[in-house]
Ligand binder design. Structure first.
Ligand code: ASP
Length: 321
């Protein structure tokens, strides 16, 4: 199946070249755009905000930032932004990154006290010569750019952490609120792609731990010629395969986003045949033609897709039943 599709696309590109047309790898179906896709159930609300921008011809970059800010600002979401579950010392440390259609990117890691790390990441991208700022430097930068210093540890998250401390056992539970990142990808009316990814990381992680989410290529990757991808789940396993970059490169080779996500998950299974049975990792991909794919290790990974026909929550297929 994969081979015949590759051959088909190769022939298609060759035919397009002969005809003097640009080699559009995804010329099989009429493009679907604008479109925005986001991970997990909170992706539905995030998509609503992103769509406000996309439907009036706005930029994908603005859309993904606006969408990501929704769970970041929600104190009841315990895996992103305000209300995020803390590390084992009780500190809420946030990771985020953003990438646009020109491969500009920005990231913050281990950022404390700021509700919207996605917006700080965007400022890093737009107003510094760097890609990533961490910890104290990221906080200083945020404060210097007008972000307010706040306490992100809500009473509910503090209570959960104190309960966890009694046993102090670190064991991520697949699909439970001790992790879940929002990854959001958009294709705008100008057919430009952008993506954002933001999280409080794995609950009760070691102090200083950084996952895949703020790492360009791991938690997020955008290539405006090909597509975009993002990930969620146990970040260590995603980093090991540079997951989102892998998904985009598989799409570049002619694989549909669905196949690309499946192949990336299969890579994790191959690398970690035992551990992969117990953890969750999910990939979400959006091709340049608006085609969407998603796949996870375990059941339970949901994602939301918003096109002009509506905003729908879907369940990704999984490697393990
Ligand atoms: N990928 C995130 C991390 O490892 C957590 C998650 O998405 O569940 O920090």
């Amino acid at each position: 199946m994969a081979t015949s599709r590759r051959t088909f696309l190769k022939n298609l590109s060759a035919a397009a070249l002969t005809a003097g047309l640009p080699p559009v790898a995804n010329a099989k179906v009429p493009p679907v755009f604008p479109v925005v896709v986001s991970t997990w159930n909170f992706g539905l609300q995030a998509n609503v905000e992103a769509w406000r921008i996309l439907r009036t011809g706005g930029r994908a970059l603005d859309a993904v930032e606006a969408g990501a800010r929704v769970p970041e600002g929600d104190p009841n979401e315990t895996s992103v932004g305000l209300g995020g579950l803390p590390d084992r010392e009780g500190r809420v440390t946030l990771d985020a990154c953003i990438m646009d259609e020109q491969s500009n990117c920005g990231a913050v890691v281990c950022l404390e006290h700021i509700v919207h790390p996605i917006s700080v990441a965007r400022k890093v991208m737009e107003q510094t010569p760097h890609v990533m700022l961490s910890g104290r430097g990221a906080l200083q930068f945020a404060l210097a750019h007008g972000f307010k210093k706040e306490n992100l540890l809500t009473p509910a998250s503090e209570k959960a952490w104190k309960k966890w401390l009694k046993k102090g056992k670190y064991k991520p539970i697949a699909n439970i609120e001790n992790h879940d990142t929002i990854g959001i990808l958009a294709l705008d009316a100008n057919r430009h792609l952008s993506g954002g990814c933001t999280t409080s990381g794995m609950a009760y992680k070691m102090a200083g731990r950084v996952g895949d989410s703020p790492i360009i290529g791991a938690g997020l990757f955008v290539d405006n010629e090909v597509g975009a991808a993002t990930s969620t789940g146990v970040g260590e396993e995603v980093i090991r395969i540079v997951g989102s970059h892998l998904v985009v490169e598989l799409m570049r080779q002619g694989h549909a986003p669905q196949q690309a996500c499946e192949m990336a998950v299969a890579r994790i299974v191959k690398n970690q045949p035992v551990k992969s049975k117990e953890i969750q990792v999910g990939f979400l991909a959006l091709a340049k033609d608006g085609d969407v794919g998603a796949f996870a290790l375990q059941k339970g990974f949901t994602y939301a897709v918003h096109t002009e026909t509506g905003n729908v929550l879907k369940s990704a297929a999984s490697f393990y039943a």
